[in-house]
Design a protein around this ligand. Structure first.
Ligand code: F3S
Ligand code: F3S
Length: 107
């Protein structure tokens, strides 16, 4: 899977969402999260992020390794909805606890 990391927090450019062919990039309150089971590893999202927040899981920079778990665990209570657009009302009020606890980022 691909992973969204810290540079997305409080930025949420959303360019990635338009590129994803399977609509597996879900919008949280402070960042977006890639569904690990729905992502087909096409890689289309990675080059369009203007702040370079997106990485293939094995290529996530060391200081952001925790974001793998943040992306995966964001979906613990959501399961596999099969599409981000229809979930936006619900997911955009949520964040992984690690993200929710961060002070303002990337301002
Ligand atoms: Fe975030 Fe970059 Fe997408 S800032 S919303 S990962 S385009
Ligand atoms: Fe979508 Fe990016 Fe995965 S475009 S399929 S989230 S690699």
């Amino acid at each position: 899977t691909y992973v969204i990391a810290q540079p997305c927090v409080d930025v949420k450019d959303r360019a990635c969402v338009d590129e994803c062919p399977v609509d597996c990039i879900y919008e949280g309150d402070r960042m977006l999260y890639i569904h690990p089971d729905e992502c087909v590893d096409c890689g289309a999202c990675e080059p369009v992020c203007p702040v370079e927040a997106i990485y293939y899981e094995d290529d996530t920079p060391a200081q952001w390794k925790d974001y793998y778990a943040a992306n995966v665990n964001f979906f613990d209570a959501l399961g596999s909805p099969g599409g981000a657009a229809k979930m936006i009302e619900q997911t955009s009020k949520l964040d992984h606890p690690m993200i929710a606890a961060l002070p303002p980022q990337n301002q």
